[in-house]
Design a protein around this ligand. Structure first.
Ligand SMILES: *[C@@H]1O[C@H](CO)[C@@H](O)[C@H](O)[C@H]1NC(C)=O
Ligand SMILES: *[C@@H]1O[C@H](CO)[C@@H](O)[C@H](O)[C@H]1NC(C)=O
Ligand SMILES: *[C@@H]1O[C@H](CO)[C@@H](O)[C@H](O)[C@H]1NC(C)=O
Ligand SMILES: *[C@@H]1O[C@H](CO)[C@@H](O)[C@H](O)[C@H]1NC(C)=O
Ligand SMILES: *[C@@H]1O[C@H](CO)[C@@H](O)[C@H](O)[C@H]1NC(C)=O
Length: 435
């Protein structure tokens, strides 16, 4: 008996040792950024910590944004360095040239020969042309129930002109870009930790919590199951022409586009001008982008009119009563005439049919209707505005339509994975996290 007891003890000791070795040598692969929604602006923001003093502040999330920019008097650090011209960090920006800096963090002298870039405020349209700096960004990762922190050294950003804060959600000191550039958050994390360039986004409705997970991970359940077995996948396509025309250098847009081929209300396919649905390769107009910096999906006027027409008809056939519209929405209904279900108000579904018929993004009432008063709910789509500084995109999928969907952006292979409404799976983005 005795020898076998010893060998069991010995065996489990080896297991323990190898287990703890595996733990300490495994490099971090996925980083979590909590997301909240600001009620008054409908913007989504996360919290970052930067510099030797780990200064904390909120930054608005811009899915198609180029880089991190902020301006805050609270940023005190001993580890800030300018990005100098001719350095590798400079060459991955879109390189607006070299200059003597104007804006620099408190107590940091301006430096000649600084590498500059453009930062864009997507709400005001204001562009800031200022030097780039770098500092250590503290990032959080999880191992089981434990949370750990590590840093991305030399994380590039712009300490911007305070004017770039105008129009940002009150609690935010700047904006962080997740776009298709080499200096965006996902690109920098991928290069710092040598992980695949991908991220998962789960936007919360107002009052809820969501998460952005950058890198590769398994999720907590039921998300792992949803991710593995029930995501739709569609190509992320590129618009070769920047949607911000006078961004002098860097011709490809940083935004994520998908190929919406048709739009359905219930089972009825809208009759649309197909030219508007694809990207015009010459001038970059048309097509469908996904933008967290738009509160509601904006549609080209002719698409919007067709959607409203068909939706109103389909709603009427369910005895849903139309009432006077409340701007900016074009179709509103008496909420007492609508029943509710686990996917929100029970209204006709709206589908964005993608590159093939079997792949479609379906919106139920929780994502297609917004409450504007006790008695009135409105179709949560708006007429898109003309882009004054570049080509106009026909469909811009906005934040409200993304809430409580799991979206996986695999930038490395240019694919978007998206779940059906998490409400159908009896869960929500508040529960989304790494395992
Ligand atoms: C600076 O920090 C204080 C205290 O945390 C906060 O109330 C304030 O809003 C911050 N200011 C800026 C500009 O970020
Ligand atoms: C970091 O914070 C401490 C305490 O607030 C402050 O005394 C120090 O000056 C800060 N360091 C820098 C480099 O700003
Ligand atoms: C920056 O460059 C200008 C023009 O060459 C020069 O006059 C100035 O002394 C430089 N400033 C610093 C801080 O190096
Ligand atoms: C940028 O795009 C425009 C429009 O497609 C094109 O005419 C121009 O040559 C491009 N510039 C560069 C530098 O690629
Ligand atoms: C379809 O849209 C394109 C692009 O805006 C426009 O040039 C064309 O005239 C439209 N066709 C019809 C039939 O309205």
């Amino acid at each position: 008996m005795a020898p076998s007891t010893i060998s069991i003890v010995f065996f489990s000791l080896i297991l323990l040792i190898s287990h703890s070795n595996a733990k300490s040598s495994r490099k971090p692969e996925a980083f979590t950024f909590p997301i909240k929604k600001d009620d008054s602006t409908n913007q989504y923001y996360t919290n970052i910590q930067i510099g030797s003093n780990s200064t904390k502040f909120n930054v608005v999330i811009d899915l198609g944004g180029k880089l991190l920019y902020f301006n805050s008097i609270n940023y005190s650090t001993a580890s800030y360095r300018p990005v100098l011209c001719g350095t590798p960090q400079c060459s991955i920006s879109s390189g607006g040239g070299c200059m003597f800096c104007v804006f620099s963090p408190p107590d940091t002298p301006c430096t000649n020969n600084s590498c500059t870039d453009y930062a864009l405020n997507p709400f005001s349209g204001t562009r800031g042309y200022s030097p780039l700096g770098q500092d250590s960004l503290l990032v959080r990762y999880a191992r089981g129930a434990h949370r750990y922190y590590t840093t991305v050294d030399n994380f590039p950003f712009q300490f911007s002109d305070p004017v770039l804060r105008e129009g940002l959600a009150g609690p935010a000191a700047g904006l962080i870009g997740l776009g298709r550039t080499q200096i965006s958050l996902p690109a920098q994390i991928a290069s710092a930790f040598r992980v695949r360039q991908r991220f998962a986004l789960c936007l919360p409705p107002a009052g809820g919590d969501g998460n952005l997970i950058v890198g590769e991970t398994t999720y907590s359940n039921p998300f792992e199951g949803i991710s593995k077995s029930s995501l739709f996948t569609t190509p992320l396509i590129r618009n070769r022409v920047s949607t911000f025309g006078n961004e002098v250098i860097g011709n490809l847009t940083h935004e994520y586009f998908i190929d919406v081929k048709s739009v359905r209300v219930g089972l009825k396919t809208l009759s649309l001008n197909k030219t508007l649905l694809s990207i015009n390769n010459k001038d970059g107009s048309g097509g469908t982008s996904i933008r967290t910096v738009r509160a509601y999906t904006g549609l080209h006027r002719s698409i919007y009119m067709a959607l409203i027409d068909e939706f109103v008809k389909a709603a009427a056939s369910q005895n849903i009563k139309r009432v006077a519209s409340v701007a900016p929405f074009g179709a509103c209904f008496g909420s007492k005439t609508v029943t509710s279900s686990k996917t929100g108000p029970q209204v006709p579904t709206i589908d964005f049919v993608l590159h093939k018929k079997s792949v479609y993004w379906r919106f139920y009432g929780a994502n297609s209707m917004v409450r504007v008063s006790d008695e009135v709910i409105c179709l949560a789509f708006v007429e898109g505005a003309t882009n004054l500084v570049g080509p106009t995109t026909s469909i811009e999928v906005g934040g409200y339509q993304m809430e409580n969907y799991l979206l996986e952006f695999d930038v490395a292979s240019s694919k978007l994975g998206f779940s059906s409404s998490l409400l159908l799976h009896d869960t929500s983005c508040s529960k989304f996290g790494a395992s």
